[in-house]
Design a binder for this molecule. Sequence first.
Ligand code: ZN
Length: 140
Amino acid sequence: MSTEEEWYSVLDVHPEASAEDVKAAYQNLLLALHPDKNLGRESAELHLVLQAWKVLGDPEERRRYDARRQQRQDQANVWKTVSLGEMSAAAEEEGHLHLDCRCGGAYLVQAEEVRRLSRLVIECDTCSLSLVVNNDDRVN
Ligand SMILES: [Zn+2]
């Protein structure tokens, strides 16, 4: 299996963040991690950030990375596939949808986020399983 880094996490941006948002996040991290501010040391973290930017800062590279990432998610440990209608409104978190995992954990997602997508993969907050949600009601 590939062990490619989760570049979006490295830059702390959402996978669907705009190119401008990705750039802003990169620049902020670059400033914070710059060797001038770290006694001249180039940290491992800075190295990762630079690598992440090489991938996510280039539209073509980012597109290819997204495709690889999607493929990995598809091969991930999927517990089951449900339609959006099978999820219920989360009691504790307003604007979120939720479904109980078999482990006792929960799959939680922002309703707003789901509405824009036709399909998404959610990870359980407790175990390593994931849930595939098909949004059949999506309005194009
Ligand atoms: Zn679980």
